[in-house]
Design a protein around this ligand. Sequence first.
Ligand SMILES: *Cc1c(COP(=O)(O)O)cnc(C)c1O
Length: 367
Amino acid sequence: MRPTVVEVSLARLGDNFRAVRAAVAPAAVMPIVKANAYGHGLVEVARHLVALGAPSLGVAFLEEALALRRAGVAVPILVMGGILGNQIPVFLRHGLTLTASSIDKLRQIDDAARDLGVTAKVHLKIDTGMERIGVHYYSAHGLLERASECRHTVVEGIYSHFAAADAADLTSARVQLARFLEVLEWYDKQGVPPPVRHIANSGAILQLPESHLDLVRAGILLYGVYPSPEVRRTIAVRPALSWKSRVVYFKVVTPGHAVGYGSTWQADHPVRVVTIPVGYGDGYFRALSNAAEIIVRGRKYPVVGRVCMDQVMVNIEWDTAYNGDEVVLLGEAGGEAITCEDLAEWAGTIPYEVLTNINTRVPRVYV
Ligand SMILES: *Cc1c(COP(=O)(O)O)cnc(C)c1O
């Protein structure tokens, strides 16, 4: 196996899941496992969380849900993204839960279910301020009425999504929650119990307990990463993912000799530089060139020169390192840590992109 691996701690994942579950009870937790479970490995993460009692899972699109079904994951799976008409029969044949984000899509789902002689399971999607998918809150009653008339579709849930629940200022999140609750009053007025109501993502799980309702959709928090620097850390979680590699080359670089493509870095004194077999072709951002640090033998050292597609160079000054020594790109070693937040800051992005950018070329190992 190549020396560059992502190591996932299933124990930490489990601890995080239990911490979130305890904090939001009696609301249920739907783990979100889209984007290869935020880089942690779709099938392994899903199986582990289902074994720990996760009653359902959420993904972004159809193929992710099909991969779970193929792996034998049998719990309800909500596909949260927008759908196209020709995908609907595939959803129905695999017993997947669809997001009905407009009256038109709901009608297509109900028709397809009638044609196949099955009952479709849907969650209605209300747009309360994200302007992504969903029926606007101010015209949602039409969707709820039509849904109640469908004869081949059961509405199992109704949901919305926050645009800024991980911000320090929760004003807009509170407005979105109020809009959602107002839409839900329709059920009271009809005298029927509402389906499963949900709106909370990680930011709202941490900061807006009144938004937990019947179920929370926990994404990045389950993986032990906080959604933003300013979010209140009301639940303790720890990162489940480490990204490791090994020294494959060692040399002395003398002054006047620049390192890497574009010759962007050189020292004014002799230094020892090691080469690590990981690059932007694995998802280690090129923006980390001359910006990131990497832990070698328990100490942090700077990346020097440009990150290549498959390799990166690290200046260890006059310290020692040997071929085969373990290095940590993301994670902990010898009392030092490089976090997702560190990499996000160095690369000018957010922790979500750091995790989901680690591509499938990097083997996942479960410990
Ligand atoms: C990705 C996603 C989530 C999870 O978001 P986190 O911030 O990672 O918790 C929840 N709901 C929807 C609709 C999503 O797309």
